[in-house]
Design a protein around this ligand. Structure first.
Ligand SMILES: [Zn+2]
Length: 248
């Protein structure tokens, strides 16, 4: 049976972009007879607020979206579904990709200011630093080549290698699993078969597929990923979750 998910981040109130994405997924799930899972990505707690978490549930109910799996409300989420309850799982899975990773001592500021990357701004890969959890980040060295995959509707999508010259962070310098790693493990553990996400996550899909392949998680490559256009606000700015900026 097909299973998809809506995966908001409680780092702000849900906006029209989230509403469009949620409705898109809900309509697809209904037309396919697929299970819809609600997954709330709370691994990054830097902008977390309880009000944002509660907003997810009230908005989804306002929009008439019904999910069959996942947390029922904010209390249920915090007690049984927070990604922080699964830190051991994310950590144990790390051994699968450890040989393709290297420690990175670049600060967030250095990463944001630099425009030319060979893995990371200071080329930490060449220095073979010792990884110190909580002090240095862990990046995975991705191989070259384009990434192509099948969408839920049977069309093909691809992303260019040049789009991810910065090696992705797998474990942050704050000592937590990074967005990409958490998303891969969760999609696998939850048995997700089909994902619809905004076009701003096209590069993320390419990165996640490459990471999963390096880790030997071949079931991940069977997941179909489709990307829909982003809607814009009244100023013409694209509304997105901006997850890409959080782990680079
Ligand atoms: Zn570095």
């Amino acid at each position: 049976m097909k299973k998809t998910r809506f995966a908001p981040t409680p780092s702000g109130f849900l906006h029209r972009g989230n509403q469009f994405n949620a409705n898109f997924i809900w309509n697809w799930a209904k037309s396919e007879g697929a299970i819809l899972r609600l997954r709330i990505d709370d691994i990054d707690q830097s902008r977390f607020r309880l009000a944002y978490l509660e907003d997810v549930f009230s908005r989804l109910r306002d929009w008439g979206i019904q999910w069959q799996e996942g947390p029922l409300d904010a209390t249920d989420f915090l007690q049984n579904h927070s990604q922080h309850l699964r830190l051991t799982r994310y950590s144990q899975a790390l051994s699968a990709i450890r040989e393709y990773t290297y420690a990175c001592s670049c600060s967030r500021k250095e990463t944001q200011q630099s425009e030319q990357f060979d893995g990371c701004p200071k080329r930490c890969r060449e220095m073979a630093l010792e990884w110190v959890p909580g002090q240095t980040a862990l990046r995975a060295q991705l191989k070259q080549g384009n990434e192509t995959w099948l969408r839920p509707d049977g069309e093909w999508e691809s992303v260019e290698r040049a789009a991810f010259v910065l090696d992705p962070v797998v474990w942050t310098r704050e000592g937590l699993p990074a967005y990409h790693w958490v998303s891969i493990i969760d999609d696998l553990d939850m048995g997700i078969t089909d994902v619809w996400r905004g076009a701003d996550l096209l590069v993320s899909t390419g990165i996640q597929r490459q990471l999963a392949r390096l880790a030997g998680f071949h079931a991940f490559e069977q997941i179909r990923f489709g990307h829909h256009a982003l809607i814009t606000d009244e100023f013409g700015n694209k509304l997105s979750k901006s997850v890409l900026s959080q782990n680079q």
